[in-house]
Design a protein around this ligand. Structure first.
Ligand code: SF4
Ligand code: SF4
Length: 410
């Protein structure tokens, strides 16, 4: 059974406890949700807990790398449906500003807080249905003011993606208004139009939505890639691509060519592993999305990363005893095309020339943790004859080690 099925609902928030890094290891350091929750409803002291103080604003969902939270009072699909209607103006308003403001023939979409909006949702709405406007009120004086800080990051991301796709940043507009100026703004920007007959409108919207869904679901390379994963067992072991991340990758695939070595710096994050890795495989065991994989080839261990699945939650970095895992902000576009996982590091089974212990080390830098020495880097310190050819030493010692190789548990 997939670990993703262990979901629990605490209304008004859906929480996937099994995806939280704090529930995977006490060494995990993430606490992003605690810092942004305006109601102080999240606690991490003994693992993730959400108390009944939660009002479902969904701000936590925007900062959690592993998509642990989903607001139950803010429906993302409802926003897309709203934007899909040609009679709606794709205007999103926070509930504090929009409360009580009405005008005949005009509807905006109210969200609990603008901090409930994520970049993928805004991009989807803008790319499919045209310019999206977000109207915000007096965030500094609002009890949900952390939402404004979170939304500032979302705003930057949306602009970054629009620029990456070669689109006009004007497709996403933000206006700060107060309660009185909101009505004037609506009158000026969106003058009353003659309504089409209701039946005609709803049928047209229905068919447009159906067409959009078919296009979205059917043509993606990523969908094809995922569909090739067969069988329940294989599916359970396969790396998971979290829903919102999957949506974003689909948008990338639709809007830019995912081939070649173009680097997406700072837009997608992922990890890298340095040569101090000892191949223990703990990161592979704990990764919440199964993004890491360890394969054994003879006397080698190889660690692979599925970039599509890595959320850069950094749990692997927190638990790595060697401090070998770092955040890498350089992702090449081709890595998002759903092709083969990337080889991060190859580790050879070897014997230390100093203590004769067996260990796994990187091809580039064989490092014995017991002696805390690089074997080939400083042979003089290891009392070897410096004039002796290094490759030869390695060859003979390896041969001795291979005779007594234990069975690899992987
Ligand atoms: S992984 Fe998500 S739920 Fe867990 S501590 Fe980090 S932000 Fe909070
Ligand atoms: S590889 Fe590391 S950073 Fe990426 S999802 Fe897994 S644990 Fe998180």
């Amino acid at each position: 059974m997939s670990g993703f099925s262990e979901k629990m609902e605490i209304l008004p928030l859906d929480v996937s406890f099994d995806l939280c890094v704090r529930n995977k290891s006490p060494k995990a350091s993430c606490e992003a949700c605690v810092h942004v929750c305006p109601q102080k409803a999240v606690s991490l002291a003994g693992g993730l807990e959400v108390t009944d103080r939660c009002d479902g604003c969904g701000i936590c969902a925007q900062v959690c790398p592993n998509e642990v939270f989903q607001s139950m009072i803010f429906n993302r699909n409802a926003l897309l449906t709203h934007c899909s209607s040609e009679h709606n103006k794709k205007v999103i308003v926070c509930s504090a500003l929009g409360n009580g403001v009405k005008r005949e023939g005009f509807r905006f979409f109210e969200v609990p807080c603008i901090g409930s909006l994520d970049e993928v949702l805004i991009l989807r709405a803008a790319l499919r249905y045209g310019k999206v406007s977000v109207l915000i009120g007096n965030c500094e004086g609002c009890e949900l003011r952390t939402g404004w800080q979170v939304f500032s990051v979302v705003e930057e991301k949306v602009k970054g993606y629009l620029s990456l796709f070669g689109l006009d940043e004007g497709m996403f507009v933000i206006k700060r208004l107060d309660h009185n100026s909101l009505t004037n703004f609506i009158e000026t920007e969106f003058p009353v139009e003659e309504n089409l007959p209701a039946l005609k409108q709803s049928r047209r919207d229905f068919f447009r939505m159906a067409g959009e869904k078919a296009l979205y679901a059917g043509t993606s390379l990523l969908s094809l890639y995922l569909d090739t994963k067969g069988g329940d067992d294989e599916e359970a072991m396969a790396p998971k691509i979290l829903p919102r991340r999957r949506e974003l990758i689909l948008l990338m695939q639709e809007n830019i060519p995912l081939s070649g070595h173009k680097v997406l710096k700072g837009i997608f994050d992922r990890i890298s592993i340095s040569s101090t890795c000892n191949g223990c495989g703990e990161c592979v065991n704990l990764c919440p999305t199964g993004a890491l994989d360890l394969k054994v080839f003879g006397n080698e261990r190889r660690i692979y990363l599925n970039t599509l699945s890595c959320t850069a939650c950094m749990l692997c970095s927190d638990i790595c005893s060697q401090g070998s895992i770092r955040l890498s902000k350089k992702v090449e576009v081709r890595e998002l095309s759903g092709q083969e996982p990337e080889l991060l590091i190859t580790l050879c089974y070897n014997t230390c020339l100093c203590c004769f212990g067996l260990f796994y080390g990187s091809e580039d830098s064989l490092y014995c943790q017991d002696c805390e020495k690089k074997i080939y880097a400083s042979p003089a310190k290891l009392h070897l004859n410096p004039s002796e050819e290094r490759g030869k030493i390695g060859y003979f010692e390896e041969k001795a080690a291979y005779k007594s190789l234990p069975t690899d548990p992987w």
